[in-house]
Design a protein around this ligand. Structure first.
Ligand SMILES: Cc1ncc(COP(=O)(O)O)c(C=O)c1O
Length: 441
């Protein structure tokens, strides 16, 4: 299929794989309240309550969560040292923070928020259905021998470019489930190794992510003892991510940041299939409404959210359909076709999507490490281009003008969501640094 995209200011750059910003023409004030959406804003608070309920169990099975009472949280770091090196020294950029999901405990990436949540919610549900847990029972019963024996009879399967597989595999094995991770050809060997050491069955596909997910889904459908974590469709994953919004709101308040229509919050979220950025964006919309402006970021060769949302078509459009290759070093974002569910939910509330070149990812990775001491993988730096697109590019300035934000942007806060990296082995990280340093000189 060859698809003709509508003539928007972003189209020429998009098709030529040059960095660009696409603004969503369907963004609407109060879009989250759209009654036709398949999800409700109340589900965000429900997810936070579920995380709270699961915390004692998480603390019991993951020693690294003892210090946080079972909460999987990341720091919010003001990018004081980094911002001048990114070109954001001026007052017109407001305040700039890095949300350090790269260092999230348990899985070392934003995927801990979705994958761990879905596995633990499934475990709770399975135990209840099997009469092992009543709603009033202590949730830590699920770390006990009876529950483990039940879980050992079940398998959890997932398709992944790497990090979702890590988070699901780690969570599943921690509770005693069998686990199978279907990896796309983008998956990094260290992620495969790490999962195999945990006893996860890793199936390597010589195909892209969409195919890996399809294969995993087909296998799960043929066996009632396999539970499939469906990255293309799962609302559980989506709401697991969404709980990050309340965490960020608390941290912003602690940092003295006001968020309202006069003090806008711009959030930049690396996007693969869309679940993680979609869930976080939805959670933030549920809390801050129109005061938050959510942008996705994608590699120039894998802009699946832009091509689909820009096409305006109902059927999913992939990056191959417009002649792009889906080749990128940003393995977490090497996705050719976005989630139809996320596309539908984001349609009235996503501000836009911008794209970034692989070389820039390495430049930023090196700067973030040298200046701010943060360890990132290439995908995780993609958000760093956000303030530049908003404040300096013609399309960013059009966005500000059309929303009456031009005079307010100096009072804005920008969140660069850093989505993964702390689990990268030292030798590979040094290779990343070397490549970034060479590009930065
Ligand atoms: C580091 C990193 N960032 C961003 C993403 C994008 O998340 P999603 O595929 O849910 O859009 C991923 C996905 O694996 C990732 O690993």
């Amino acid at each position: 299929m060859r698809v003709q995209l509508p003539d928007t200011p972003a189209r020429a750059d998009l098709l030529a794989a040059r960095p660009t910003l696409w603004l969503n023409p369907d963004l609407r004030s109060g879009g989250i309240a759209d009654p036709d959406l398949p999800v409700r804003p109340e589900q965000v608070a429900e997810a936070s309550a579920n995380w709270q309920h699961l915390a004692p169990l998480l603390q019991a099975v993951f020693p690294e969560l003892r210090a946080t009472g079972g909460h999987i949280r990341s720091d919010l770091i003001e990018a004081t040292a980094l911002r001048p090196a990114l070109g954001y020294g001026g007052f017109e950029f407001g305040r700039i923070f890095v949300k350090a999901d790269n260092a999230l405990p348990v899985a070392g990436s934003i995927k801990a928020r979705g994958g761990v949540y879905e596995v633990f919610m499934f475990a709770q549900d399975l135990a209840r259905r099997n009469g092992l847990l009543s709603p009033t029972d202590d949730i830590t019963k699920l770390a006990g021998p009876e529950a483990r024996a039940l879980f050992a009879r079940h398998m959890i399967a997932v398709g992944s470019t790497g990090n979702l597989g890590l988070s699901v595999g780690i969570a599943a094995r921690a509770l005693g489930f069998r686990a199978a991770v279907h990896m796309s050809l983008d998956a990094k060997p260290w992620k495969v190794e790490r999962l195999r050491k945990l006893g996860v069955e890793v199936v390597l596909h010589e195909a892209d992510y969409t195919t890996a997910v399809e294969k995993a889904r087909d296998e799960a459908e043929s066996d009632p003892l396999i539970y499939f974590v469906d990255d293309e469709r799962s609302q559980t994953l989506f709401f697991g991510y969404s709980a990050a919004a309340a965490e960020l709101a608390t941290q912003l308040q602690a940092s003295g940041v006001t968020v309202d229509v006069d003090h806008p919050l711009f959030v930049y979220l690396p996007c693969g299939i869309g679940g993680a950025p979609g869930g976080v964006a939805y959670g933030l919309k549920a809390i801050f409404g129109d005061a938050v402006h959510a942008f996705f970021v994608e590699p120039v060769q894998s802009p699946c959210a832009i091509v689909h949302m820009m096409s305006g078509q109902r059927d999913l459009v992939s990056v191959y359909d417009v002649g792009l290759t889906n080749r990128t070093e940003a393995d977490g974002m090497a996705v050719a076709r976005m989630s139809a569910f996320v596309a539908e939910v984001m349609r009235p509330m996503l501000s836009g999507v911008f794209t970034v070149a692989d070389d820039d990812l390495f430049r930023w990775l090196e700067k973030a490490n040298r200046l701010q001491g943060i360890m990132l993988e290439p995908s995780a730096t993609a958000s760093f281009a956000g303030p530049d697109f908003i404040v300096q590019s013609p399309e960013g300035q059009r966005y500000l003008r059309e929303r009456d934000l031009t005079d307010k942007v100096g009072y804005a806060t920008h969140i660069l969501w850093a989505t993964g990296g702390s689990f990268v082995p030292a030798d590979q990280f040094h290779d990343f640094l070397r490549r970034g340093a060479a590009l930065n000189t």
